[in-house]
Design a protein. Structure first.
Length: 133
């Protein structure tokens, strides 16, 4: 399992991604945009927003995304765990989401992953992901 900080922005993720690359060096992954989703149910104004991008600089890995809606204080960073299998996602989800608020229970996603997200009972946002590609 691997912890990865996930940075969220209100329409400025690409700008932030380039800023951090200039400061830290490294390589940017191909940017996945909200408009790339199958049947996006979002306003047209968000189609070019960053759904997911990565910056890898040595051992440092940061994930970036834009929020299609306003972010509340504390919502700009969540903890991502890249899991070793679906069973690990399920186990961590059951343990960490207890007493919290579930946004998405574990399920298979179009980006070829088993994924969940929630906020734990202490207000910490989490994402669990297992890529099966």
């Amino acid at each position: 399992m691997k912890f990865i900080p996930y940075l969220n922005f209100e329409g400025r993720a690409e700008e932030a991604l380039k800023f951090y690359q200039a400061a830290l060096g490294g390589e940017i992954s191909p940017i996945m945009r909200f408009g790339d989703m199958p049947n996006p149910q979002l306003p047209a104004s968000t189609k070019d927003y960053v759904m997911h991008a990565e910056l890898k600089a040595g051992d440092l890995l940061l994930y970036f995304s834009d929020s299609p809606g306003p972010l509340a204080r504390g919502d700009q960073v969540s903890l991502m765990i890249q899991c070793d299998g679906e069973a690990q996602v399920d186990k961590l989800f059951t343990a960490l989401s207890q007493g919290g608020k579930v946004d998405m229970a574990p399920q298979k996603m179009f980006w070829k992953a088993y994924y969940a997200n929630f906020t734990d009972k202490f207000g910490i946002p989490w994402q669990l992901n297992y890529s099966f590609t």
